[in-house]
Design a protein around this ligand. Structure first.
Ligand code: FES
Length: 83
């Protein structure tokens, strides 16, 4: 069994396997909409390899981090801007 770590997604504690991407952790939290376009359209991960920028979130206070390119670490605070 893989080692588990704890992260927080919009303040909600979530245990995930160590080494998982932030995008995968957010999906495991049941979130599909990661942000909204200027026109209000829902956006979420598209490419999964750092090209489309549709998966940007706030990680430990840093804005516009591509969640598909970030690896979860113990205690990480992840904020998803869906409003
Ligand atoms: S899913 Fe495309 S940059 Fe993250």
């Amino acid at each position: 069994m893989s080692r588990q770590i704890e992260v927080r997604v919009d303040g909600r504690a979530l245990r995930v396997p160590a080494g998982i991407s932030v995008a995968a952790a957010i999906a495991r939290a049941g979130v599909a909409v990661f942000q909204r376009s200027v026109g209000g359209e829902p956006r979420g991960p598209l490419c999964g390899m750092g090209i489309c920028f549709e998966c940007r979130v706030v990680i430990d206070g840093r804005r516009d981090v591509r969640s598909c390119m970030a690896v979860c670490s113990e205690g990480m605070e992840i904020e998803v801007a869906r409003a």
